[in-house]
Design a binder for this molecule. Structure first.
Ligand code: ADP
Ligand code: MG
Length: 257
């Protein structure tokens, strides 16, 4: 890689970064929960965000699609200035898939109906096209045979995979995962992580907040360690897990590894 390219040394080449966060600050009233956050994510990059509970991981993710109002700084996603109050945020959100700890599927709808809903409601696909795509997405998460099942008849891991299929149905350019496996029984965590792994391999740009350190080490291009509203340290999995530079990172890892 030539030196003029600076940090852009992956196969993403000259492509502009997918996410650019500069000086992000977020306060709830007097409580500042994110401060001086700088983060760049390249196309196809998988970034895992780790850190103690309450450190601001979820809030950071939620600022990326402005589920939280941004107190200061800028957040650019896919070239859109999410921090600009005048932007059409619904339009931007269509490019951003998000998966939460609790899947919030509609209980009265089948798996495939849950997956079809957003494309039909936003008018990005007619029903036939949405159904065709939904089958594709359910197949991608290994649940083609559960298309007509209601959420009550699915395991937690299957529900979470439907939730991932639902996010994929909008053909997002970036996927945000907030502790997607934290509420699951241990025996189904692996199935959900496998879906994330497959997505990563397929080149999806992903920001993954996770407590699964083994997964973070294996799948991340970059690991971001947060504490007390700051990014304390970031680097490759080897740098963060094997050679953490900051005491705060070392303390955290000594407790979770
Ligand atoms: P993490 O995901 O790392 O556990 P969060 O982003 O959920 O951390 O929370 C960071 C801090 O922000 C915590 O102190 C939390 O209490 C506070 N916080 C999060 N959401 C809200 C909210 N809606 N109102 C007030 N405080 C909040
Ligand atoms: Mg959280």
């Amino acid at each position: 890689m030539s030196e003029q390219n600076g940090a852009a040394t992956t196969d993403a080449g000259e492509a502009p970064p997918k996410v650019v966060v500069r000086g992000l600050r977020k306060a709830f009233g007097d409580n500042v929960v994110l401060e001086s956050i700088d983060l760049e994510i390249r196309t196809g990059e998988v970034v895992c965000v780790i850190g103690p509970s309450g450190s601001g991981k979820s809030t950071l993710l939620r600022c990326l699609n402005r589920l939280e109002d941004i107190t200061g700084g800028t957040v650019i996603v896919d070239g859109f200035d999410v921090s600009d109050p005048k932007i059409d945020i619904d339009h931007v959100r269509r490019h951003i898939g998000m998966v939460f700890q609790h899947f919030n599927l509609f209980p009265h709808m089948t798996a495939i109906e849950n997956v079809m809903l957003a494309p039909v409601e936003t008018g990005t696909a007619d029903k036939a096209e949405a159904r065709r795509r939904a089958i594709e997405q359910l197949t991608q998460v290994g649940l083609a045979d559960k298309a007509d099942a209601k959420p009550d008849n699915l395991s937690g891991g299957q529900k979470q995979r439907v939730a991932i299929a639902r996010a994929l149905a909008m053909k997002p350019d970036i996927m945000l995962f907030d502790e997607a496996t934290s509420a699951l029984d241990p025996e189904v965590v692996g199935d959900v992580l496998q879906v994330l792994r497959d997505l990563a391999k397929a080149g999806m740009t992903m920001v993954v907040v996770t407590h699964e350190m083994g997964f973070a080490r294996e799948v991340s291009d970059r690991v971001v360690f947060m504490a007390d509203g700051y990014i304390v340290e970031e680097g490759t999995p080897e740098q963060i897990f094997d050679h953490p530079q900051q005491q705060r990172t070392q303390d955290f890892l000594s407790k979770v590894l």
